[in-house]
Design a protein around this ligand. Structure first.
Ligand code: ZN
Length: 154
């Protein structure tokens, strides 16, 4: 049982970071405070909160904010993510966040912690099994016609 101890501690530290971040949430419209903490392959953690906006579509989720913060610090690989909210049950990442997370870490392990400490674990690969991936290959230009000349418009 000793071998499972360090992992458990890592989830706890990451959960504490996510909880602390949730206290900074800017959520005047939904009252849904969320904090996220992302652990990089280099062992660093990056946390952030959700930031809502009067123009609701401009709201940024906590997990995306944490990822962008980490990427801005030069991180590209991630192992674990905790999403914490004191205002709901365990929250899986939304569809947009699944896609953004999959860009950098398709094998990400996710722990969602909700009100009362209720937890749920996810694998990103299960939440988003066939993530969109742009390869720059012409075969992905659906509807444009990859054959010579077809994509041209006068
Ligand atoms: Zn989201």
């Amino acid at each position: 049982m000793r071998s499972s101890r360090p992992k458990e501690n890592e989830w706890q530290k990451l959960t504490a970071s996510a909880r602390a971040a949730s206290r900074k949430a800017y959520a005047p419209y939904s009252d849904l405070r969320v904090g996220a903490a992302l652990e990089s392959a280099r062992g660093r953690s990056y946390s952030a909160c959700n930031v809502e906006n009067s123009s609701l579509g401009l709201t940024v989720c906590a997990e995306r904010a944490a990822l962008f913060r980490a990427v801005a610090e030069g991180e590209r690989q991630f192992l674990r993510l905790v999403i914490y909210s004191p205002d709901a049950g365990p929250l899986p990442p939304c569809g947009a966040c699944r896609q953004v997370l999959a860009e950098f870490c398709p094998q990400l392990r996710i722990l969602a912690v909700g009100r009362g400490g209720i937890q749920k674990q996810y694998d990103l690969a299960e939440l988003l099994p066939d993530a969109f991936r742009w390869s720059g290959d012409d075969s992905q230009r659906a509807g444009e016609g990859a054959a010579e000349g077809e994509g041209r418009r006068a």
